[in-house]
Design a protein. Structure first.
Ligand code: NAD
Length: 359
């Protein structure tokens, strides 16, 4: 198989972890007989410095002709909060690709369970897959500010909007994942209060009944779920939810894993011909406090390569091998600086070890 990959490493530790991801991809290609042609382009602060634009036209062109996109991270104190900001590059990229679902696996390794603030006996066996809707809800509804009456001062509004079509496509995607895993799907909403959540629950119930009768669906209110996620994380498998709830719950879930540097993500959409559009990135930011010191944990970026192999290219065997190797290396005791205070591997040494062990 031959595929073209856009590589946008961005700012801070972005280039360090993305370099390891690209090296791993090249090793996978050599081992399994695939050709991954990587084309680099600027995004975020690095793109602002070079061109004044966080998502330059040249980058858009590279992304548009790619089969999948690998991203590092964007942002940092250098670029402040002015009118042109690195984060605009990321939002523009997601809009350009039309990715509507953010997929975030959260797997807790027994060997790392002591790093989490949650008790190890509750964490053992945690293996979650969050599917967060990415293009609707309060983040994209109409926003306004107006002068209120009777001493209210200014009144601000964020409209929370969802259509049946938006809910259907993300629930379908989550249900397909559930079918391939435990056959269970948890849908999180706030149907006792919000109209968008009542529609969410109706549509989810209909889609699951009509199209996925083999997958068991459970509806949980978001306030309750935020507690249950910490109390009994092993009770859940695939979780689907709307944009705002997903934003908060996936950060809460990241705490279970022990370090933000460990988690990958995929933002997925569909082209007109039905093929998958995928943007793959670790969940962490640019970590300016440790940039350039070889301290960054590359695991989130390396596991993002596994997600790309699986979701964009259907290379399940190679994806499984990458995951098994990364987990094997961690289980054998290799630790980057975020995971240990002594004998830490540098970013490059950890990446090399994974490549050496990949069979
Ligand atoms: P961050 O994720 O960059 O860092 C939070 C903490 O975690 C820091 O102490 C950092 O050193 C540590 N950390 C993060 N990734 C790590 C890794 N791979 N290995 C070891 N330690 C790691 O979040 P922040 O500090 O809030 O944000 C820094 C910048 O990143 C900001 O400009 C923010 O806007 C941006 N950001 C970008 C993205 C993205 O590009 N997707 C996401 C979040 C934040």
């Amino acid at each position: 198989m031959k595929a073209r990959i856009a590589v946008l490493s961005g700012d801070g530790i972005g280039p360090e972890v993305t370099y390891e991801a690209v090296q791993l991809l090249s090793r996978v290609g050599a081992l399994y007989g695939h050709e991954f042609v990587c084309e680099e382009a600027l995004i975020g602060g690095a793109a602002i410095d070079a061109t004044g634009d966080p998502l330059p036209r040249a980058t858009q062109a590279v992304v548009s002709r790619a089969d999948a996109v690998v991203l590092g991270a964007v942002g940092g104190p250098k670029w402040g909060t002015g009118t042109v900001r690195p984060e605009q590059g990321l939002l523009g990229l997601r809009a350009l690709l039309g990715t509507f679902a953010n997929v975030r696996p959260v797997t807790v390794l027994p060997a790392l369970a002591e790093l989490s603030p949650v008790r190890a006996d509750r964490l053992a066996g945690t293996d979650l897959l969050f599917v967060r809707e990415l293009t609707g809800g309060a983040y994209f509804g109409a926003k306004s500010r107006e002068q209120g009456h009777n001493g209210q001062g200014i009144v601000a509004t964020d409209a929370m909007v969802y259509s049946e079509a938006e809910i259907t496509r993300v629930v379908r995607m989550a249900a397909r994942f559930a079918r391939g895993r435990s056959g269970r799907l948890t849908s999180v909403d706030k149907a006792n209060v919000l109209e968008t959540s009542r529609l969410w629950r109706e549509v989810t119930t209909r889609v699951m009944r009509d199209e996925f009768p083999d997958v068991a669906v459970e509806h949980v209110l978001v306030d309750s779920f935020s507690m249950l996620l910490i109390q009994r994380p092993t009770a859940y498998d695939v979780v689907v939810t709307e944009n705002l709830f997903g934003d908060i719950l996936t950060d809460e879930a990241a705490v279970l894993a022990g370090s933000i540097g460990l988690l990958p993500s995929a933002s997925l959409g569909e082209r007109a011909d039905g093929s998958v559009v995928g943007l793959y990135e670790p969940i962490h930011g640019s970590a300016p406090d440790i940039a350039g010191q070889g301290k960054a944990n590359p695991v989130g970026a390396l596991l993002s390569v596994a997600l790309m192999l699986r979701h964009s290219f259907g290379l399940e065997k190679a994806a499984d091998a990458v995951e098994a190797t990364v987990y094997g290396v961690l289980n054998a005791g290799a630790r980057t600086a975020d995971l240990t205070t002594n004998g830490a591997f540098t970013t490059a040494a950890f990446g090399q070890l994974v490549r050496d062990r990949l069979a």
